[in-house]
Design a binder for this molecule. Structure first.
Ligand SMILES: Cc1cc2nc3c(=O)[nH]c(=O)nc-3n(C[C@H](O)[C@H](O)[C@H](O)COP(=O)(O)O)c2cc1C
Length: 587
């Protein structure tokens, strides 16, 4: 077996928190040295991006056209509470849910080479994230409750386990009526194959994007979604069957990430008091135990020719960021999340802010990463503010009042945006900061250069905590710190997602490291779609020089760390690429 070791004290002699922090420090890109990676791409050993469970019954999901029911709402209605009637859970709505969250959105072709793009983006298009569904009997899908694995290539569900009716009912106790669970895991090897030691970070970004795209997909159907953050990783692994060595013999393992509950919204949904609804944070241990004692179907396919290369530091961070604790209790949610529109503009009948009033499905399907920007396109300041407003959880830690999709993550916002503004009409180019939790402005200010201006951006809505730090042309700087990628400087704006790093890890534990990345992924997903709806394009940027970014801002310790970069502007198409429709459907 191929092993790569790391120098330094043995992980066993360190506090788990220090192991996670060491992983983060060791996997930084520096101007003088990139994080350790294989150094070449072993194409013959590239992992298959499509997992299958050989021998498990495959249930195809209906391939729906955009005009087929359930009909996609207008994109902007996603953010208007009550604007989208809640659809019943059926094989068609489940199909839409997966189409809008994890399905193939197009095939690309260059010469003889063809590759699939999906509704969720992925670092290097390697797609480590696998999706699962735990659901009651559904006509057209199954006459019994079951655990399924979603197969994007076929847009189908593979039955992993038929679940006893009584155990499933036990599991659902306390959850809203007609709820189901969606789970995510990562084949970390898919990213490690290319990116080596930094791969664990990319897998977490991708989980965040998948969580975000699922939350938005749920919203198109009038459904709610909440991450069950109280679950231990062992429980997630057991429920999704990825702890079953026997089914993974000779196949690459999957790392359990998370489970979320999804349910049709509305007052009839379930246990409710007044305006709120209580949703459990985890699952009853007895119910979980009963559910895992059944007959399993299928063996995971092998994805690569050779066994995965073992990077010691990756194994260490997987072990130390494993969530072993279970927290019970409930989360109080309101029935309908408030929306940004009602906060910024109280009229729900205001003219559309998006050109052509696109449908949500259209925006979701056409989402792509820009490969290059034109260095010309600018955004109006109004659009810029509205895009930023979408990533604001608004009411801090009060989950009851957070807008979609921020009603999904039960923890308080821990990520802020450091913006490199290049081309926003009506706004001076320069460095800006968006405090996603306004209560943290003082903390951020103390941690950054004292000479920064911290003036409110001119014309900025009062409830958008956006501050000008320093005026100037930051195009070259943005590209330089983003691994010299032009996309960060040729855009209208780019940004670094700044995490409340060490304090969050100390407060919650080393497992929260992964959550910080998930939050950045959800922010990225919201911005990808906003860019698309606004008529521009975006790209997530996982390659950046960590400490040089911190130096730009004045951060000189691990209190704040940049975890993910992002860029938005007018894209330049690559004429060598041909686009083909997914599943033979021409949308
Ligand atoms: C976490 C993450 C990091 C990424 N990093 C980069 C990057 O550094 N440079 C880049 O050009 N694209 C980057 N991308 C864009 C991916 O290459 C892109 O999502 C992938 O090729 C799939 O294409 P699509 O987004 O059009 O579906 C990143 C995407 C994600 C989700």
């Amino acid at each position: 077996m191929n092993h790569r070791t790391t120098e330094g004290p043995a992980a066993e002699s360190l506090d788990p928190l220090d192991v996670v922090i060491r992983y983060h420090q060791e996997t930084k890109h520096h101007f003088f040295r990139y994080a350790r990676a294989p150094g070449y791409l072993d194409w013959a050993n590239q992992p298959d991006p499509f997992r299958r469970y050989e021998g498990s019954p495959l249930v195809p999901l209906p391939l729906l056209k955009p005009d087929d029911a359930p009909f996609s709402p207008r994109y902007e209605d996603l953010y208007r509470p009550g604007a989208i009637a809640s659809a019943p859970v059926s094989v068609r709505t489940v199909s839409r849910f997966f189409e809008y969250s994890l399905a193939i959105s197009a095939w690309k072709q260059a010469g003889e080479v063809r590759w699939a793009l999906r509704t969720n983006p992925s670092s290097g298009n390697l797609h480590p994230t696998e999706g699962y569904l735990l659901i009651d009997k559904i006509p057209g899908l199954s006459p019994f409750p079951g655990l399924y694995h979603y197969t994007a290539k076929e847009h189908a569900l593979e039955l992993r386990a038929q679940l006893p009716k009584e155990s499933f009912s036990l599991l659902m106790q306390g959850f809203p009526r007609n709820a189901f669970f969606v789970g995510f895991t990562s084949v970390n090897w898919r990213e490690t194959w290319k990116y080596g030691e930094r791969a664990f970070r990319y897998c977490q970004h991708d989980v965040g994007h998948a969580i975000g795209s699922a939350r938005i997909a749920a919203q198109t159907l009038g459904w709610r979604m909440l991450l069950l953050d109280g679950l231990a990783d062992d429980t997630v692994a057991a429920l999704l069957g990825v702890d079953r060595s026997v089914d993974f013999a000779g196949a690459e393992r999957e790392h359990p990430d998370c489970l979320a509950v999804v349910w049709p919204a509305g007052r009839a949904a379930g246990p409710a008091t007044g305006k709120t609804i209580s949703v459990p944070r985890s699952l009853a241990p007895d119910a979980v135990r009963a559910l895992t004692q059944h007959i399993w179907h299928g063996k995971a396919n092998r994805l690569s020719r050779d066994d995965p290369v073992q990077w010691e530091i990756l194994n260490q961070v997987e072990v130390t960021s494993w969530k072993s604790s279970t927290e019970h209790g409930v989360v109080e949610l309101n029935h309908d999340s408030p929306c940004i529109e009602t906060l910024i503009n109280p009229s729900a009948h205001a003219p559309s802010i998006y050109p052509g009033q696109p449908r949500a499905g259209q925006v979701i399907r056409q989402r792509r990463s820009a490969l290059a920007f034109d260095g010309k396109t600018s955004l109006s300041v109004d659009r810029f503010f509205k895009m930023l407003a979408r990533v604001m959880p608004r009411v801090g830690r009060d989950l009851c009042r957070r807008p979609m999709p921020w009603d999904l993550l039960p923890w308080g916002p821990a990520i802020h945006l450091a913006l490199f503004v290049h081309r926003v009409d009506g706004l001076a180019p320069g460095l800006y900061l968006l405090a996603r939790d306004p209560a943290k402005v003082g903390l951020l200010r103390r941690a950054m250069y004292q000479q920064f201006a911290w003036t409110s951006a001119p014309g900025c809505p009062e409830d958008l905590p956006l501050f000008l730090l320093q005026e100037g042309d930051v195009r070259q700087l943005a590209a330089e710190v983003s691994c010299h990628q032009d996309i960060a400087g040729e855009s209208a704006f780019s940004l670094g997602m700044i995490a409340e790093f060490e304090s969050s890890l100390r407060r919650y534990g080393p497992w929260f490291y992964r959550r910080l990345f998930w939050e950045t992924g959800v922010i990225g997903q919201v911005l990808y779609l906003e860019a698309e709806a606004t008529g521009v394009r975006a790209t997530g940027i996982g390659c950046f020089f960590d400490d040089p970014v911190h130096q730009v801002m004045g951060f000189n310790d691990a209190l704040f760390q940049s975890l993910y970069h992002f860029t938005t502007g007018g894209q330049v198409e690559d004429p060598r690429l041909t686009t083909l429709p997914p599943y033979g459907l021409d949308h």
